[in-house]
Design a protein around this ligand. Structure first.
Ligand code: ATP
Ligand code: MG
Length: 360
């Protein structure tokens, strides 16, 4: 993330230019506006801190400040006033501003105030993210306890049924050859269905009772190629190309190979579901500070913002036959690795899932 986006609103063009330049020199991205109307339009581009003049040609700064505050609850507003007075301080507080500056303001004071406001914005964002994660963790734990018990109860009789099925198969194979196919055909179908059920239950169990990780150094290139290999049949069937691209010099991850394979498989399965015919799914690896990053991106429709904060919730699905567990499992397995997973828009316009893992 850049240093921060500052919306600067004042009808004095020179002042906007001057302050804008000072802020840009500090590395901030500055959005300039000389009226309330342009401020509203520019605010839609997203900002962290707004500096708003109290007196604007087409409206009252305090009203605009309150409006900006409502439309961007995570951002902060600082009011600019022509003179220091109890009234302007009171107006600033009423408008929900976190501070006010008296014009012409000294550069150090300006930068200090903007810096403090930005810190406030970031702390608030961190708090929200922590709360979101805590809520998700609690939900995952509840679902985990429930499914562990249930899966166990279902798996036992299922295994017994599978066993009887193999007894049946042996007996059929002892019958005269010509009678066998008509008996074996339904048997194979039932066996496949039982296998599928068992796999689903295994998914549930994996996520409710995560097994101990066996951490080894994992070169990303080998990991991604192996997974691409495993999925090549599915991809070919849908005319989708799996492309592995690992930046030279990327260190190995510290992780459990089987578990990380499952993580990647879930992401690729989702990507395949949305990929257009002839599309590409990119599996990337690259260094990230003192960690490594894996990115799975597709050329599908991407993820609308109202869906993106629910993706990792267990049972959240938009597919008629989805369980909504794929990404919940991904989240819990990455968490187990002390890693982080998030989604954003891919360069292709589709979805890009990022996973950061500790390096070995
Ligand atoms: N690459 C993607 N592009 C667009 N939407 C996605 C993508 N990956 C996941 N989603 C959305 O997130 C939802 C949840 O995904 P998740 O893998 O958890 O469950 P699912 O795929 O619906 O079901 P399951 O994985 O159990 O078959 C999906 O239903 C879909 O709406
Ligand atoms: Mg899925």
């Amino acid at each position: 993330m850049s240093q921060g986006r500052i919306l600067l609103v004042d009808d004095n063009v020179d002042l906007v230019d001057n302050l804008g330049e000072i802020l840009e020199d500090e590395g901030y991205k500055v959005l300039r506006a000389t009226s309330a109307a342009t401020a509203r339009a520019r605010a839609a581009e997203g900002f962290d801190v707004a500096l708003v003049d109290l007196r604007l040609p087409d409206g009252d700064g305090t009203e605009l400040a309150a409006e900006l505050h409502r439309s961007a609850p995570g951002a902060e507003v600082v009011l600019l006033t022509g003179f220091a007075s109890v009234e302007s301080a009171a107006a600033a507080i009423r408008a929900g501003a976190c501070a006010y500056l008296v014009k012409p303001c000294a550069v150090p004071e300006l930068l200090l105030t903007v810096g403090q406001a930005l810190r406030q914005v970031r702390l608030q964002a961190e708090r929200e993210e922590l709360t979101r994660r805590a809520q998700l963790a609690e939900k995952l734990a509840t679902v985990g306890r429930l499914t562990a018990g249930l899966s166990h109860e279902i798996r036992n009789p299922l295994n017994a049924a599978a066993l009887q099925l193999s007894v049946l198969e042996r007996r059929i194979r002892k019958l005269p050859e010509e009678g066998q196919p008509s008996l074996l055909e339904p048997l194979v179908l039932v066996r496949d269905e039982i296998r599928r059920l068992d796999q689903t239950l295994q998914d549930f169990l994996l996520f409710s009772r995560p097994r101990e990780l066996v951490r080894r150094p994992l070169p990303l290139d080998a990991l991604l190629r192996k997974v691409a290999d495993l999925m090549s049949g599915d991809a070919e069937a849908r005319l989708v190309q799996l492309v592995v691209d690992v930046a030279p010099g990327t260190p190995a991850a510290a992780g459990d190979e089987g578990v990380l394979r499952q993580v990647l498989l879930n992401l690729i399965l989702n990507a395949l579901d949305v990929s257009p015919r002839g599309g590409r799914i990119l599996l990337e690896g690259r260094p990230a500070d003192d960690a490594v990053e894996l990115i799975v991106s597709d050329e599908g429709p991407g993820i609308p913002s109202e869906v993106s904060n629910r993706l990792f919730e267990p049972f959240f699905t938009t597919k008629p036959n989805g369980t909504g567990l794929g990404l919940a499992i991904v989240h819990s397995l990455v968490d187990q690795h002390s890693g982080r997973v998030w989604v954003d828009r891919a360069g292709s316009g589709g979805a890009a899932f990022h996973i950061v893992l500790p390096r070995s």
